[in-house]
Design a protein around this ligand. Structure first.
Ligand SMILES: [Zn+2]
Length: 250
């Protein structure tokens, strides 16, 4: 198997936030969300064996509007999604975000349970929505550990993956996360300094913004993919992390 073909096992992971079509930079409409996923799936079907063969869909922050959108995605595309929530924000509004231009509500623990019952996954977005970078080792560990344990207590089952708030991490954060979680997601492609043993804890995602259009998505996905392949790293099989199984797609 060629190196490029092995990359086919690593799904392109899309990152959405609110899908209420609001004024914020990362907010998209439901139809835009659907069109962008369709375009991403179409992109994975090009150039046999040299691109990822699957698309994974994630939502950060756990906004209430994601509930219906996630289920619509599952019904339309047969994709279960993963929603990364902050345990301290369950059932609260987004007043934590001074940059937010509209008031949004976060899902409750019951909403998360309903999503999981429909086949979606939930992950930790740490306890509060704070960048871990300026925090001490003790505070970082607490945010990562409490983000998992409080969420597990609230929803009644285990949580394996983390997505770092703002996609922020450094080498020490990855080491702490590796002792608590099985997988971690950032946004940007990891720096060449990250040791191979920690790559599973800083997986990159394509962060969707409101100006994204289906016709230009191929360019953005192509850039993310070439950043990965150019890095000279072995591909990481994220299927079990993002889908909860190793099944084959498409
Ligand atoms: Zn976030």
């Amino acid at each position: 198997m060629t190196r490029e073909a092995r990359y086919a096992w690593a799904p392109i992971t899309m990152l959405f936030h609110s899908v209420a079509g609001g004024p914020d930079k990362t907010s998209v409409t439901r139809s835009q969300c659907s069109d962008l996923i369709a375009a991403a799936i179409e992109w994975t079907r090009g150039t046999e064996g040299t691109r990822p063969r699957a698309v994974a869909v994630t939502f950060d922050d756990g906004y209430y509007d994601v509930l219906e959108a996630a289920e619509a995605i599952r019904l339309q595309f047969g994709l279960s999604t993963t929603v990364y929530v902050n345990a301290s924000l369950l059932g609260k509004d987004n007043r934590w975000n001074p940059k937010a231009r509209e008031r949004l509500w976060h899902v409750t623990a019951t909403d998360v349970q309903t999503l999981c019952a429909k086949g979606h996954q939930v992950g930790s977005h740490c306890y509060r929505h704070r960048s871990l970078l300026p925090l001490s080792t003790r505070q970082r560990t607490w945010e990562l550990r409490r983000g998992k344990s409080a969420l597990e207590d609230a929803i009644g089952h285990g949580v394996r993956a983390v997505a770092y708030p703002y996609g922020d991490y450094d080498a020490r954060i990855l080491e702490i996360a590796a002792a608590i979680y099985t997988t971690g997601f950032g946004v940007d492609a990891p720096s060449p300094c990250v040791p191979a043993s920690l790559l599973q804890f800083c997986l990159a995602r394509y962060c969707v913004v409101r100006t994204d259009r289906p016709e230009s998505i191929g360019c953005r996905l192509g850039k993310i993919f070439s950043d990965h392949t150019r890095s000279g790293r072995e591909p990481i099989d994220t299927r079990s992390a993002v889908y909860g199984s190793d099944k084959e797609f498409f």
